[in-house]
Structure formats: structure tokens, C-alpha cells
Design a protein around this ligand. Sequence first.
Ligand code: G4P
Length: 540
Amino acid sequence: MPITELDGEIQRRRTFAIISHPDAGKTTLTEKLLLYGGAIHLAGSVKSRKTQRHAVSDWMEIEKQRGISVTSSVLQFDYDGFRINILDTPGHQDFSEDTYRTLMAVDSAVMIIDVAKGVEAQTKKLFQVCKQRHIPIFTFVNKLDRFGKNPFDLMEEIEQVLGIRAYPMNWPIGVEGNYTGVYNRKLAQIELFQEDGSHGQNILPSTKGGVDDPAFREILGEEVHQSLCDDIELLDAAGDAFDQELIDKGELTPMFFGSAMTNFGVQNFLEEYLRLAPPPAVHASTVGDIEPNDERFTAFVFKIQANMNPAHRDRLAFIRICSGKFERGMSVYHDKSDKMIKLAQPQQFLAQDRTIIEEAFPGDIVGLFDPGVFGIGDTLCNTDAKLRFPDFPVFPPEQFARVQAKDTMKRKQFLKGITQLTQEGAVQLFQQPDIGTESYIVGTCGTLQFEVLEYRLKNEYGVDIIMQHLPYEVARWIEKDGEKLTPYSLRGADRAMFVLDSKERPVLLISNEWAIRWIMENNPDVTFSIVPPDRSNAME
Ligand code: G4P
């Protein structure tokens, strides 16, 4: 069978997200990958970033202020014939649905670990999502230019804490955490660090050579050289064998040591990643598996964001293409509204630079202007496909607050803002019956979302809010056969709050799991669910 244009485009695509604990080096590594891909010419180095230059991938004001990534950005660039899509995941402490959704749109993930800190809490949470999806995970152990943990201990940690075997692709050279280079296991070569004092703004060559080269024995010193040889012997004898099948299933992680800041090991990592990582995957749908080279166009919405750039006041829906070819101006079937939609101004991104795209292929992410019709998880497809991808799981909210506009004259803007942010999936909205639109109850999965809500309402809608945190930790959607439930329908629920969700379904906000059990015992004829009744898939 001749290789079609579609096949060729699919084979060269790699779509992934970088997951890490804050400060492990995600922004720096992303920048360096862009630098190697020629997408930027000078990486925003540690120094210049502190002054005026911000990393290409964090574009929102709040991110600049707080130095964290709050929203996911999408970056596309080419390297050696490959087309790479990097989806940036928020790296803050609070795990948000946004992060989860981003991971639904990738074919593999890169996990960054700080060599001195090992596996940290946030990495663990994000990693669990990747593991559930059985996508390949590549590990980059960063900051090798600094004092770090013993590499065997790090391998052990990955295996113990994350439950995945690790295959080191290279190995740090040095003793007691003082590393001067790496040994490339595939090429059986030593590569030594080089620094030019530019903090990695430039691409640097490295010094390479065979492990038996006497020159290296001399440069490294007898002790370091011998310890390297011993480590390699031990790895070869006792470590896991390289197994592409296990990597594809996400059961073995290729592990790389390097330093994003000094560029050390970045190019080698990129090249090996591109060689080992999979092209766009098959997606399960209501009519069976959809191969990416299926000629019919299919995609799903994984993220919606309003006011991404103050210069463009608009709402964008980000879609991940699963199969077929996307062409500007094409009309597609939107399952939720049961309507045809013309995709007139598709956009691709390099941070604030938007470009209108003419075509895109499976694995690509495209931003579409959203007149308010798209929802997270919606399917878009050709009329001859008419299928649906599974709904995204719902995250039960865990924190609640009452919010209202400080200035009652701003009620209209407040309502608009809070409705839009709810549609984006940033927060979940509830209302107490008979209280009107003066105040709302919002539910989130973490504290940071409240801050983001406050910040965005102020900056994008000009509304200052009053926020009062509520002492509830769990929400339960409640149903009873043939009865319209009211705040007075339940026994023993005096301390819970009765609210309605955005579709007017009754929900109970409760202080803790113990209280839920009590209420459930007192109301055996009521059904309690952790997600809305029309959604069966919840993330615990
Ligand atoms: P993140 O996106 O994962 O949160 O991490 P980011 O890249 O912002 O890096 C966090 C800090 O770690 C930064 O320092 C960055 O320069 C530093 N860093 C990243 N890679 C390396 C590395 O390979 N070696 C060393 N030694 N440091 C590295 P910072 O002082 O917070 O910088 P800035 O962002 O305030 O300029």
C-alpha cells in the first residue's frame, strides 16, 4: 500500500506533555527543546528571565506574577523531520481538571525529576493519570550540574513510589553527587559537560568519546572512571533490559540524566525521545477504535479558554485531532448541538503569536473560535463518521466558597464572567434555591482555582468579588424516585447545604465523609452520587 500524505504526517508527529513538580525545570526544558527546534533563537536564561524576558510557554499575567504555569499552552515546532506538539501542563501544587484534560490529549508524557529532590508529590499525582491511560512515560532527571542523589537511589524511588520500572538511557559520571558528564549506554560513549557562561542560552557541543579511551581515564581520574565502569557493569547485569513493548505500554520508563539550564543532555534526550515515542494513537469511540489514518476527520475538545490574550478578547476551544485531515474552512458535525459548524479561523500557537492554519493532522492541536457552543469532551467529526469519543471523567469538587460582586452595579459582568469560567471548566457553579443571582457557590478541586477565579474576574471582567470560604469538603448529587427534592426533604442533613448545580439538579454540600455516611443512613431511599447523574465516570 502506498504511503499517503496522511500516513506520512501521522508518522512524523509526536504530541506530549511535560509533567513535573514546580521548579523541577519544566519551563527551562520546554524552552531548550524550542531552542533546538529552531523555534526560538535565544532561550530566556535564568538571568534574563528575571528581568524582562519571560519563558515562551507561560503567557498569562498571573503566571508571570506568581512564576507558575496556570493554564496549559500548546507549542508546535519541527525537529529533524518530526513535528512536535508540546502541551504544557500546570505545574502548581493544586491538581486541576485542566491538567487532567491536557493529559487526555497527548500520546506520551515526559516526566521531569529534580536530581536533588527525586520524585515529589505533584509528579506523583500527574503520573497516576498517565499510568491510567497507559501512555509511554519518559523520565528526564534534571539539574545534573548540581549536587544530586545517587542515580541508583533515584531509579529505586521511581520503581517504589511510582510503580514503574526504569531503564537508564545514560548514566551520570561522578562520585557523591558531583557530576561532570554522562555515559551514553546505547553508543557506549562518554559525554562531558561544557559551560560557556551563557547559562545555556546557546546550543553547545559536548566532548564525546569511547569509555575505554585513555584520554577520559585521565580527564576523569582513576577513581571516577572505575566507579563509572562498575556502575555500567551492574546496570547491564542487574538492571531491566531495554524493551520497547513495555515502554509503549507505559510499564518501563526510559530515563535520561541531564541539565536543562546548561543544555547538557537535552539534544540527546530530544533525539532519543523522538525515536522511541509513539506517533498519534488509536482512539476508542462509540463505533469502535478510530485509527489516526482513517480518512474521516475526527477530533475532541479538551480545553476551553476565554480571554487568553488581552489583545484578542475571545473564547477558544482547543481540539485534539484524532484522525483524518483538518482543513481551514471545513464544516464538521458537532455532536452535542447536533449541528454542522464551519471551522473558519483555526489557530495554532507559539505562546502569544497566533497563526491561522490551513491544515492540520492527527496529533495536532488547533484552537477554534468558540461562539459558546463547545463544551469539554465534545466530539467533532465528518458527517460520514457520526461518532462520539467517551466523555471526560468528572472531578468531584472538594472546596467551596460563596462569591458575589463587591459592587452590586457590576452584577451583569459578574454573571457573565462566572458563567464563562464555569463553561471553561475552571470551577463548578452552584446556587442556593430562592436566593437569586446575587451570590453563587463555587466548587473547585484546589485553592489555587479560587485565586485564579478572583484574578480573572477582576482582570478580564473588571469585577472585584467578595469570597467567603465554606466549611464543606464533599458534594453529592441527590435523587429520589418521582420526588422533587427540596432543602427539607432529607433527614439528618441540617448541617449540610442544599444547592442546585448549573442544570438545576439538587446537590448536597457536606463537611466530611463521616457526615455523608450519617445522612445516607438516615435517608436510605435517596441516591447519592459523587458526579452528576448523567455522568458515570468520576476521578477519585
Ligand atoms: P518549572 O517550570 O518546572 O517550575 O521550573 P523552571 O524551568 O522555571 O526552573 C525552576 C528553577 O530551576 C529556575 O531557577 C531554573 O533556572 C532552574 N533550573 C532549571 N533547569 C536547571 C538545571 O539544569 N540546573 C540548574 N542548576 N538549575 C536549573 P530560578 O532561580 O527559579 O530561576 P528564574 O525562573 O527565577 O529565573
